[in-house]
Write a protein that binds this ligand. Structure first.
Ligand code: GLA
Length: 499
């Protein structure tokens, strides 16, 4: 019989603090673990939501944010825990004010949201972000914003350095719930050593605390000054590497950078951030020839970044359908195009839009598993409005999300790395999550991890639950995954069985 799980999930749903989890959950105590509070009492589990940068870059607007929020609200992602709708760079006005002064700031120093893309409630009012925040909040979601510990943001707009208190007060007044704080264009003498990073970022951390509004604080200095060492004392999360991109190599790089740097469990609670989820990200192209129902081939303008095994979405809305690519050929009407695993069910006219994911199905599932076992923020970088059902299913796997959101907040420990990875993460219930991941380009036959290597009792049996296939079994001696194809992974939980 399986040992009953502790009711920690229910406690957290009621807003319990870490202390109450410990006080009321004997298994958490039995696991020999404790949950320190975060520096500001926020983000007791990794933030979940959406960020504009990968899918849209600077092409953002109030309308896009509202549509995305509504999509999250209605497509099942909000119900699964995705809460933060985060506006990245490029929301600030870039023009020089008529009265002279600094671009992006009023004469008395307040940031000006771009009045065209983030229009104010009434002309001349400086509240374009508040307008969006009010809408996002009306759906029960939260709003995130971007700024930089620098003179300019990475895209060249007015930065917050030297304006921290004014900006933090404005963010609070606008209803901002989360701030991603970047690192381009640091003033001379503020980015040379770790202490300088600590001092520069702490100016905003203190300003946010002083604003009186609960605002999650995310560092974004790309792991340059080992932020996992100092971030816990002033932030809730911090990027551990350079920008992620929608391809397997970059996902692997960000995972690897992140996995090697767990924060100290003795410091305030803090999450390493390997950057956003790339499930459903990729590039857009168009049909170069009519594609008819029954066909397993489409001609598109650009096949350059298409990947075997990835999902394509042809059309949008009710016109759309998805299929998996089996062969990547040449572009244009006279090219060999993309071959699909299943015949089209609809007719699609020439010129219809085609979205091509740059992670294949295996890699997409792997990224979700790797982020969850690391207790990484689950922030999607994808187009939520036109999300394919197959990608939505990955994003909303409740069992995988539960591992990420486990109240102990532990980053998975790396048991082995390189071509073949094994990670293990203790859970509040006293059970463990395990991932076996084949990072290599060839199959891993005999993929396995001994109970001993996982820090478990080799003399005991464990009930296993595969979090993707949902298969249940009993493990003795070692977790065996058989043959793992290139870039694939298995993720399961192990719960010790009574003798
Ligand atoms: C940096 C960050 C990215 C993004 C851009 C915006 O590169 O690392 O995540 O915020 O700036 O300009």
């Amino acid at each position: 019989m399986l040992r009953p799980l502790a009711a920690t999930a229910g406690l957290l749903a009621l807003g319990a603090t870490a202390a109450t989890v410990l006080a009321t959950s004997p298994t958490a105590v039995a696991a020999g673990t404790s949950v320190p509070p975060s520096h500001n009492g926020l983000a007791m589990t990794p933030p979940m939501g959406f960020n504009t940068w990968t899918a849209y870059g600077c092409n953002i607007s109030a309308s896009l944010i509202k549509q995305t929020a509504l999509a999250l609200h209605t497509n099942g992602m909000q119900a699964a825990g995705y809460t933060y709708v985060n506006i990245d760079d490029c929301w600030i006005d870039g023009s020089t004010p008529a009265n002279g002064g600094v671009a992006g700031r009023t004469a008395d120093g307040h940031l000006i949201p771009n009045p065209t893309t983030f229009p104010p409630s009434t002309p001349g009012k400086n509240d374009g972000i508040k307008v969006v925040a009010d809408y996002v909040h009306s759906l029960g979601l939260k709003l995130g914003l971007y700024q930089a510990a620098a003179v300019k943001t990475c895209a060249g707009f007015a930065g917050s350095y030297g304006h921290e208190n004014t900006d933090a007060k404005d963010f609070a007044a606008w209803g901002v719930d989360y701030l991603k704080y970047d690192n381009c264009a640091a003033p001379p003498g503020t980015a040379g050593n770790q202490q300088q990073f600590i001092t520069r970022f702490k100016r905003m951390s203190d300003a946010l605390l002083a604003s009186g509004r609960p605002i999650v604080f995310g560092l974004c200095e790309w792991g340059k000054s080992d932020p996992w060492q100092w971030g816990p004392y002033q932030a809730n999360l911090g990027r551990s590497s350079q920008d992620i991109q929608p391809n397997y190599r970059r996902v692997l790089k960000n995972f690897t950078d992140n996995a090697m740097n767990p924060p100290s469990p003795a410091a305030p609670l803090y999450f390493n951030d390997p950057d956003s989820l790339q499930i459903g990200t990729g590039y857009g192209t168009t049909l170069n020839a009519d594609a008819s129902a029954g066909s397993t081939n489409i001609k598109v303008s650009n096949t350059r970044k298409a990947v075997r095994g990835s999902l394509v979405r042809i059309g949008t809305g009710s016109n759309s359908e998805t299929a998996v690519v089996t062969t990547v050929g040449t572009p244009r009407a006279d090219g060999t195009g993309l071959t699909l695993a299943t015949p089209l069910t609809k007719n699609h006219p020439k010129q219809r839009s085609v979205q091509i994911d740059e992670l294949n199905r295996t890699e997409a599932q792997t990224q979700m598993s790797l982020w969850a076992i690391q207790a990484a923020p689950l922030i999607s970088g994808a187009d939520i409005i036109n999300m394919a059902p197959e990608n939505l299913a990955i994003y909303t796997n409740r069992d995988v999300i539960a591992v990420d959101q486990d109240p102990l907040g532990r980053q998975g420990r790396v048991v082995s790395s390189g071509s073949h990875w094994v990670l293990v993460k203790p859970l509040a219930s006293g059970s463990y999550a395990v991932v076996l991941f084949n990072a290599s380009d060839t199959e891993w036959s005999g993929a396995a991890a001994t109970l001993q290597s996982l820090g478990l009792d080799p003399a005991r049996s464990y009930a296993s639950h595969d979090l993707w296939t949902k298969a249940r079994g009993v493990v003795t001696g070692a977790v065996s995954a058989g043959t793992l194809p290139a870039h694939s992974s298995v993720m399961l939980t192990l719960q010790e069985l009574p003798n």
